[in-house]
Design a protein around this ligand. Structure first.
Ligand SMILES: Cc1cc2nc3c(=O)[nH]c(=O)nc-3n(C[C@H](O)[C@H](O)[C@H](O)COP(=O)(O)OP(=O)(O)OC[C@H]3O[C@@H](n4cnc5c(N)ncnc54)[C@H](O)[C@@H]3O)c2cc1C
Length: 461
């Protein structure tokens, strides 16, 4: 990058917030996606919307590519500057601006850590439910850009269900608000929802207004072991058919549990060799007696699917220990070589067919797979290990297996990402789930907002 431009940025946001040295840039060259590394030319850390706007005006004029970045916990390579240029990091824009207790809303900057935001509103008796397992590190702005989910999506929905209004800096530097701070809005095109999940390709989110709900007072958490993986999958939709909506319904295959147990040296979860999977089930509400009856009824449903003895997490310490295990599954299996993570989602009742299909594909393409994730939503993460073949975007030893997996998912009525987004790593599979005309419509939207294709280019398409 030419020195004159660097000096302009230094003047604009301060020398300390313009990173130029390789040692600094390296920290922004990867995210949590497997094996990707792209050095940016420059990292900018603005502090205000106006600074973001000024940066974009310069970049628009000089046609410099800009990649927005939150905490870099993304799993599809979205925050990586794979074409070089600037990384615009939101780490300094980390203020919660207001919590409106009368209207149950919070207005925040994008660089606030999700858990920090959740705890700040919980201190006022309010609940912001979307809780990606990365909530201790990821940013709320990244969550909006990815339309993130998490374990509680099964009852409470995903990020899109809570975003009321966004302040966005467009690629040309213009600043807009997309909607209004209201619960209903039938005014013009729904720009708010267009930006949610757009993976930083249409604009930079600089302020976020979120809907909150009252915090439920009680919850009950159980673990249910199964001896047959497909039966565990089948039990998931049976729970809903019986009239229950748990606040969490996660599935963890036993191999993944064994690995995470070893990693955190825990004996909390009973694991025997004949087990195939556990379901983690939580119900929440305001009346503990009602919750206990609900759990008993759910247990009766599970018994039709050869469920073993239920384990109750009795107190907050046990619950937290169980959650800690669940949240660390991805990290644990990755350390054991399951480096390729796919984010499949199918209609809930198709889970057994998906699980069966994954195992068949493993035999056909010679890979091992472990399944875990948000089974209540039909959203299963499938971690793949193929001995001797580290994953890269175009590794011919791996991509045919992934294509076959996504074709299976599509055949089952599902799609190729439930919550991690497309970014860099899934874009070559978009043709499986979208017709040319649909993809073309998306490209036209991109060009309308970003005619020079300077903002996060090469992502999604
Ligand atoms: C261990 C682990 C567990 C995870 N569990 C879950 C889970 O349960 N559910 C889930 O949905 N995801 C999960 N994720 C994925 C990841 O945490 C989410 O996608 C998260 O929302 C990314 O946030 P981030 O701040 O790290 O964003 P980044 O990775 O920095 O960026 C993600 C995308 O958002 C864009 N972006 C970031 N900020 C902005 C902004 N202000 N304006 C415009 N674009 C922006 C970037 O350009 C990029 O395309 C997990 C990841 C890990 C490592």
């Amino acid at each position: 990058m030419i020195q004159e431009l660097i000096s302009t940025f230094q003047h604009l946001i301060g020398n300390d917030h313009v990173l130029v040295h390789d040692d600094d840039l390296k920290k922004y060259a990867s995210d949590e996606t497997e094996n990707l590394f792209y050095m940016p030319d420059l990292v900018l850390k603005p502090n205000t919307t106006e600074e973001v706007s000024s940066i974009m005006k310069i970049c628009h004029q000089h046609k410099i590519t800009v990649t927005p970045r939150g905490a870099g916990t993304g799993l599809s390579g979205g925050a990586l500057a794979h074409k070089g240029g600037i990384i615009l990091s939101f780490e300094r824009m980390n203020r919660i601006l207001s919590i409106d207790e009368e209207n149950l809303q919070v207005t925040t900057e994008p660089g606030v850590i999700t858990q920090v935001l959740q705890e700040a509103v919980a201190a006022k008796g309010l609940f912001y439910p979307p809780d990606p397992s990365s909530r201790g590190t990821c940013f709320i702005g990244g969550n909006v850009a990815e339309n993130s989910g998490g374990p509680r999506a099964v009852k409470y929905g995903v990020v899109k269900d809570y975003v009321l209004n966004l302040e966005v800096v467009l690629p040309n530097g213009d600043i807009i608000w997309t909607g209004a701070n209201v619960l209903k809005n039938a005014t013009g095109y729904n720009l708010t929802q267009l930006f949610v999940g757009s993976e930083g390709t249409l604009g930079l989110v600089t302020k976020i207004v979120l809907k909150l709900i009252p915090h439920p007072k009680h919850d009950l958490l159980i673990l249910a072991p199964f001896y047959d993986l497909e039966k565990a999958g089948a039990a998931v939709s049976a729970i809903f058919r019986a009239g229950f909506t748990p606040s969490v319904l996660e599935l963890v295959e036993i191999d993944a549990l064994k690995i995470v147990n070893r990693m955190v040296d825990s004996h909390l979860v009973p694991v025997t060799d004949d087990m195939a999977a556990h379901l983690i089930i939580e119900v929440d509400g305001n009346d503990p007696d009602v919750l206990m009856k609900e759990i008993e009824s759910i247990a009766a449903v599970l018994s039709d699917y050869d469920c073993g003895e239920l384990y109750f997490a009795e107190d907050p310490t046990q619950k937290e220990a169980l959650w800690k295990l669940r949240r660390r599954v991805a990290e644990a299996v990755k350390t054991e070589g399951f480096s390729i993570e796919e984010d499949t989602v199918v209609p809930r009742a198709a889970l057994p067919a998906l699980i069966r299909g994954v195992k068949e594909l493993g035999r056909r393409f010679d890979f091992e797979a472990v399944c875990y994730g948000h089974a209540g939503d039909g959203n299963l993460h499938i971690r793949i290990r193929k001995q001797g073949h580290p994953y890269s975007l175009d590794n011919p030893e791996v991509t045919p297996a992934l294509r076959a997996l996504f074709e299976l998912v599509h055949k089952l009525g599902g799609t190729i990402s439930g919550e991690h987004g497309i970014g860099l790593i899934q874009k070559s599979y978009m043709d499986i789930v979208f017709a040319d005309a649909a993809l073309d419509s998306m490209r036209k939207i991109k060009s309308a907002f970003d005619p020079h294709h300077i903002l996060n280019p090469g992502k999604i398409f």
